[in-house]
Ligand binder design. Structure first.
Ligand SMILES: [Zn+2]
Length: 162
């Protein structure tokens, strides 16, 4: 009998091992790139202390840090996408100490939610009447509501018109 091997640190999950999660994470990483372009893509990671149990996969930062619950097997791609977005949000907010993603209308943190079978970024809306909860974008499509960042076209502040 050979002793079980324990790797020293978090292990990145090879692409292709969990195709449904790969696909979901690619969509979530599109949203991350659109809203926090300074961040490197998230990745699926396994932690060594779980190696002898059923493999526990987390959505982690590029450095391997994660927070929250491992991913669970899902029935559908839509279910997987909502769950991966949820795990990504947990890791980003707890490890980077930032609210992500933020609604461009209300400046509030949004949450992944299945809306009529479509995994979406849901915002609670404004506190006033007539400003209800809403869906800002489908998960993976935040780029459509975020203007591209153009550092070259930044306007000069405090300039006086001639
Ligand atoms: Zn909103």
């Amino acid at each position: 009998m050979s002793a079980s091997f324990r790797p020293a640190g978090p292990r990145q999950v090879p692409v292709g091992q969990y195709p449904l999660w790969d696909e979901a994470l690619a969509a979530v990483n599109r949203d991350l790139a659109a809203t926090a372009p300074e961040q490197r893509p998230l990745r699926l990671t396994v932690y060594p202390e779980m190696a002898d149990l059923v493999e526990q996969v987390y959505v982690a930062l590029s450095n391997g840090e994660a927070h929250g619950n491992p991913l669970m097997p899902y029935e559908s791609a839509a279910e997987a996408l909502t769950a991966v977005a949820d795990a990504a949000q947990e890791t980003v907010s707890e490890r980077l100490w930032r609210v992500w993603p933020v609604c461009t209308v209300h400046d509030l943190g949004m949450h992944p939610r299945d809306v009529d079978g479509r995994p979406s970024w849901w915002c609670a809306g404004g506190s006033r009447k007539g400003d209800p909860a809403h869906v800002l974008a489908a998960i993976g499509e935040l780029a459509a509501v975020h203007r591209p960042h153009r550092p070259n076209r930044k306007r000069r502040k405090g300039g006086t018109p001639r």
